[in-house]
Design a protein around this ligand. Sequence first.
Ligand SMILES: [Zn+2]
Ligand SMILES: [Zn+2]
Length: 342
Amino acid sequence: MKAMILENICDLEKNDQPLRMATLPEPVPGKGEIVIKVSVCGVCHTELDEIEGRTPPPVLPMVLGHQAVGRVAALGPGAERFKAGDRAGVAWIFSACGSCEFCRTGRENLCASFMATGRDANGGYAEFMRVPEGFAHAIPDGLSDGEAAPLLCAGAIGYRSLCLTGIKDGQSLGLTGFGASAHLVLKMVNHRLPLSRVFVFARSAKERAFAIELGAAWSGNIGETPPEALDAVIDTTPAWKPVMEALLCLKPGGRLVINAIRKEAKDNDLLMQMDYPRHLWMEKEIKSVANVARRDVQDFLALAAEIPIKPEFQEYPLEEANLALMELKQRKIRGAKVLRIN
Ligand SMILES: [Zn+2]
Ligand SMILES: [Zn+2]
């Protein structure tokens, strides 16, 4: 089968072709596993973190991609959740131990044995992928493959982030960064929390205009002061400046949720400017979001079908995965990017 593989960790400023097209043997499903013929796979910022070594695959080469949608092509021994031909998707969570305190309480995203799709096991930048059947997700009717793919990561983790803010209808929410996840959060808030106002902080004027188009109450550059103090902020940027600025925008008791798997080191020094009375005092909180649990994916897919949320996306052929990744790196973003494979 055709697959785009990562063979070496590299700096994307110096190498704009991090992945190479290769021919790999078709995966064979083991006990309780299925093989999916991938039709589309979403392209995510986390791939940039993997390629640049902020969250590197433990073994190389690796097939990246954790927003895969396709059809079940083969069933391993004992696999019976799906039938051949069923539509199925795979998100960031590839597997977890199933027996630790976190797995037993629905917090499998925190499991020490958590395996990530496309990092710890081959993912969806390929014609076929293998996954434990319990970690594959049925895709609701009414969403095309291309619409469903970005929902599997950006949507599911956006949903988890929004839940972790704890905001109630009528409270105000800031979003720093306005990529795939944030634009889906805005749509969720419009539906679930219609009285809440959303304030979007983004460096790119295009992203700021897109936010207003989608119903944000206000948009401004990182560092600008919004017209009101915020109950919560979700940060989806790779940098620290937006975090420092967001803390200044929070109301007393407000919460900042950082939805980033790793932060780039470029502006680490800003953290030394943390001024306790201005940035943290008055019971402000900082919380990170780690991975997703299966429940997040399932609940979010159901919500997306109900609203409905149909993400805006651009398609690239599998061969052009490097182009899609570089555009993401250069923040040429309007909605999501997906690779079309079959
Ligand atoms: Zn992702
Ligand atoms: Zn576990």
